[in-house]
Structures are given as structure tokens and as C-alpha cells.
Write a protein that binds this ligand. Sequence first.
Ligand SMILES: [Zn+2]
Length: 440
Amino acid sequence: MKPSCAALAVSALLAAAIPALAAPVSAASAASAAAAAEAKAVVSELVACGTRHSLSSWTDPKRGIGCGRDVAVKRFGEVATKSGGRLKVIVDKYETSGPRTGNAKVPMENVYAVLEGTDPLRKQTAFIVSGHLDSRASDVMDAKSDAPGADDDGSGVAASILSAEALASRPAGFRATLVFAAVAGEEQGLLGARRLKEWLGQQGYQVGGMITDDIVGATNGAKDRRPRVFSEGGPDGVDSPGREMARRLEELVGRERVRLVFRRDRFGRGGDHLPFVEAGLPAVRFTEPLEVYDHQHQDVREEKGIQYGDLIRFMDFPFLAEVAALNQAILAELAAAPAPPKSAVLGGAVTPAAKIAIDAETDPERKGFEILQRETTETRWKVLRTVDQPGQVVLDDTSTDNEFFAVRSVGKDGHKSLAVPCVPAPARPAGSAPAKPPGR
Ligand SMILES: [Zn+2]
């Protein structure tokens, strides 16, 4: 017999009345409680450095950004030891300048923890998660005042460290390389992220995908507790690679865990994903659901009963652990998947069939491809069909005009790459050799 609504309501009431007794602690919730506790410990250590302004001391172990760097090196180092040396910690020292350094060259340092890919075919592709080490007070050039930077961006550094710990502990590793970063100079003009991008190029890595976690540590009473994931758009029918990364994340974890925002960043603002976005690379920004500006970029002070400053007491560490878990989900998926197709060219205009030409490198771990489709007014892809091989696919009785199409690679173990939008073949001047379609 089916339980009646009344019986269900009574049992729901009972469950609500005695949650602690009714719900045994699952392994998953114990793990997330441990992650929240670790996030709090990391952020507390960073806040204890007083300020982490990029122009503060790099050598004082007690106060300044050098103290913050030491926290990141120590935490990543502990993960590296546990990984049996598979994770490698690198301190990247460089000189940089920008308007907010008075255009003078200043020394800065980034910290990277690198988990090299296991597959020679894929290990030159890197997936990156980054938070910024530096913090600031009200005056962006004030390197002396306290700037605790618990949320902005101790939270992002903690998410990067937690992700390293979770993913480096997986014994099988990942086909592609994972880079967990804590960078400097964000508040002075994304200087550390620009250096990170340059460093990846110098090491010979292609960027397969990049996440910046910036202000991911508080919920501030928001009813909708999902983190926002920002991704920029693109021209007609060809959304940016970052948009495809955001879509893949949502498909993977569910709409109830992420809130996609189809903008490159919050209105009029920016972050460390932008040097990657501007280079046409897949990059997204994670940020908490509801920001409180009294806690950002403010000297620590009390005025008219209002507490200003980026303090640890405003944080929500279970939420921060959830952001780290979402980072891990998308990084693990993409680093295990085959490469996206090199290109997907759409043809068949003014004919009754759409034709898609898929170009892809040989990969013995790839099972095939999924052709994706969406109405031009829809935001999410649907799988239209699967094919085993690259080459031309003809979609009979399908207009090229009314829908958008994309193609992604599927691994033998089910992992899926980012989608590559189907674009027209590039026009070529009369008499020239056929041009290469836009690759990725
Ligand atoms: Zn920030």
C-alpha cells in the first residue's frame, strides 16, 4: 500500500524534529566537513599574515605576502609528500609592472602545484585552478595596513589547495596535467595571472581549461546558495570556449549546484580568468552567490555600528568546500577526457541537409564523438547523435539555419571533452590554398 500524504507529512515532521538522531553521518558528509575544516585552517593561516599586499614584504616570515606564499608552499608541500612526489611544487619568481606599480618593475612570486598527466598524448594539455594570494585595503597601493583578505582571496587559494589534495590522492592520475595555482598581483592588474599564462606557454603547455576562484568563501544569507560561474559569450552561434566549459560543468554536477551567469564577469569588474579569456582559451570565474561590499577592499574598521573589512567571521566554510568539490568535478572530467575535436565545420547552406566535418587527432582512448544541437534560443546542448569516427556527418532534413550545432569527444570510459561549436569553413581569397579551419 502507498503511504498517504498525511503519513508522509508526519514522518517528515518527525525527521525534521530529530535530524541529528535520524540522519547517520555519511562518508560524503564527513568528507565535506573535513574539507570545510581544512579550508578554515588554510584561510586562518593566510589571514594571520596581516596583509598580503603584493608590494608588502616577500621576505618577512610573519607579515606580508611572503608569509602568504609560505602558507601556500607548506600546504601544497604536504599534499606533494602524501602523493609520493607525483605532485610537484614550484615557486615562480618574476618581475612585473603595471600602472598600479607606478609602471616600475617589482618582484612577485606565484606558487604552482603540478600533477603531471599520465598520457603522453594528453600531458602537454593543462587544466588550471587558481586563486590569488594577494589582498588589499581601501587604498589599492597601501601595503602597510591590515588587509586580511579572508574571502578575497584566501578562499580561492584554499579551494586550489583542497583541489590539489583531492585530485592528487587519486592513484590512477589523469591523462592531462593539472596545475593548482596561487598567484600574486591580482589587485594590481591581474599581473600574476598574466605571468601564469606566460609560464604555462614557456613550459610548453596548451591550456585545456582554466578556473579562477575569487571571492568564493561566503554566502551572506543568500537564499540561493549556488556559486555563480561566469562565462563570456561570443559571436552568433559560436559561444566562447569558457561558455562551453560552464555548460559542461552544469551538465556534470546539475543545475541545483551551480548558477551559470552568461557574462564574462560581474558587471564592470574583472578577475584572473580574463588574460585567458582574451586569448580565446576556455576560462571561467567562480564567485559566491551574494557579495557584501562592506567586506571587500575595505580597511578593517567599525563605523556607525558597521564592521568593515574582509574578516574570517563572515565566511561560510561548508560553502567554500562545496566550491572546491565543484572545481574538482570539472577538472577531473576534462583531464580524463580525450581532446576536443580540432575543428567542426558546418556546411550545407541552401540545401536540405546540414553537413558537419569533424577533424580530430588520433586517440586510442576515444570512443567517438557526440553531435550536439540546440535551438538558437536555447542555452543548453542536447545530444543529437553519436558517431565513431572523424569525417563528414550528414544530418538529413536538417536546416543549417534554425539550430546551432557542436561536437565533442567521448572517451572509452565515458569522459567527455568540451564542445567545439560548428562554424562555417573560413572564406578564402580566390586562387589561394584552402585555409585551415579555426582550431582550438
Ligand atoms: Zn579578488
